[in-house]
Design a protein around this ligand. Structure first.
Ligand code: ATP
Ligand code: HSE
Length: 301
């Protein structure tokens, strides 16, 4: 059995407006991990790229936690973990960096210990570590996923839309931890807001499954989390409006933010420039990147 494996894992954008903690899309933005298991004692981590200076290089690293979960479940006796991580997914921006790390560790360790676990098993383990399934599901399966929790077990649907669309993600220079962005959410919401989101989440999945992309202008609206998180992201409302005025099909907060994401079937650069300009007016430096849907999810390379 090989003792070294390389894995590529996509970044992900979660929520997609009304689909809070449920909808996620795998994106063409990747982290590469190389994992070696050996009998020599000790953990060696080499981290380059996005957030390398912030990521712990010891066993508190979430990738190591994921690897150890597999080793413990398989009774594998490897004592040595050598990890090389090349990160292209920005940290704490709402692009699923932690989800990619967790999934990379689980998939890599599973590959080196005899592939005892299915992708559904990996989803269960990843959801336990991450706390919610909407980033880890698309990171595992690729495409667009809808996930629910049923008695603590994540159930998912994965599909690809029949009509192509692109995404423009605008990445502000500041970061926002998911923990901080979840802290500002209310315990309860008005019944009318719940109905608002249920109807639009259903419309969102219907529009994506049928390719009715013109419906996204309504289907991407949210009242459950974005209104409460706006205060954490200067200019958010104006940037989302600028995207729509520049021709976007719709625009949302990417995951827990601060990235903002426009869905588009054209004019991507015009939309990206308009969103960056709107952030700039609010004294936020930002850049934009064009993204497609990643259809595969985590792969051994
Ligand atoms: N590539 C990575 N490798 C190891 N640990 C990571 C990586 N990315 C994030 N983490 C860790 O995951 C934890 C949670 O990160 P957090 O959820 O705040 O943001 P994120 O996962 O980077 O981005 P997102 O906003 O998409 O969730 C942090 O402790 C962070 O250090
Ligand atoms: N559904 C999560 C996504 C985190 O990426 C949140 O909005 O907190």
């Amino acid at each position: 059995m090989a003792n070294t494996v390389k894995i590529r894992v996509p970044g992900t954008t979660a929520n997609c407006g009304p689909g809070f903690d449920a909808v996620g899309i795998a994106c063409t933005l990747y982290n590469d991990l190389e994992l070696t298991l050996s009998d020599e004692d000790g953990i060696s981590l080499e981290i380059t790229g996005e957030g390398a200076e912030f990521i712990p290089a010891d066993e508190s690293n979430v990738v190591v936690k994921a690897i150890k979960m597999i080793l413990n479940k398989t009774g594998h006796t490897a004592k040595g973990i050598k990890l090389t991580m090349a990160n292209h997914i920005p940290l704490a921006r709402g692009l699923g960096s932690s989800a990619a790390a967790i999934v990379g560790g689980l998939v890599g360790a599973n590959e080196l210990t005899g592939r005892h676990f299915t992708k559904e098993d990996i989803l269960a383990m990843a959801t336990t570590i991450e706390g919610h399934p909407d980033n880890v599901a698309p990171a595992i399966f690729g495409g667009i996923t809808v996930s629910i929790m049923d008695s603590g077990i994540a159930k998912y649907l994965r599909f690809l839309p029949p009509t192509d669309f692109s995404m423009v993600v605008v990445i502000p220079e500041f970061n926002l931890s998911t923990k901080a962005a979840r802290k500002v959410l209310p315990e309860t919401v008005p019944f009318a807001d719940a109905v608002f989101n249920v109807s639009r989440a259903a419309l969102l999945i219907g529009a994506l499954c049928t390719g009715e992309l013109k419906l996204l202008s309504h289907a991407l609206q949210d009242r459950l989390h974005q209104p409460y998180r706006e205060k954490l992201i200067p200019g958010m409302a104006q940037v989302l409006s600028a995207a729509r005025q520049a021709g976007a099909l719709g625009a949302v907060l990417s995951g827990a933010g601060p990235c903002l994401l426009a869905f588009t079937d054209g004019n991507s650069d015009k939309i990206g420039r308009a969103m960056v300009k709107a952030f700039h007016i609010h004294k936020v430096k930002a850049s934009y990147q064009l993204l497609q849907i990643d259809p595969q999810g985590a792969v051994i390379i």
